[in-house]
Design a protein around this ligand. Sequence first.
Ligand code: OFO
Length: 166
Amino acid sequence: MNLSKKMRDALNQQMTFELESAYAYMAMSAWFKTENLDGLAAFMATHAQEEVEHAMKFYDFLYERLSSAEFGAIGKPKGSFKNPLEVIETAFEHEQKVTRAIHQLVDLARAENDKASENFLQWFVEEQVEEESVIDNLLQRLKLVGDFKPGLFFLDRELAAEGGEH
Ligand code: OFO
């Protein structure tokens, strides 16, 4: 069964959005790097890499469904923040936006009676639960640290030791 035009456009839009997420997270990583917070920079760089992998899943799926990829425009990402908390709050809000977009795609697949797309999207539905939870965990730790600089130093060191893995 061929992809409908609506489904194809929506999958391409999501592929672009995943790349936009990678771009936004790289800009956050760069901000942390400038602030000498290498652990947080590694965390965001790893996350950006995951978003590229997500985009590639859409890319591969489009071709598996005998369709094609079409890249959209990506805007300039936010590159300056007042503190680490604002960065992670922004990342958390961004992930919630991604979750909503994935859920809308599932709704569209159902409306189009496209079982293969619906099945493909299930992986993303689960992934978003994990992504929101991982970023929320970091957000809560940053809230605990507050303005206590040594706390931030140790949290950053802990993240550096994990090498950005999460
Ligand atoms: Fe972090 O989101 Fe992709 O899907």
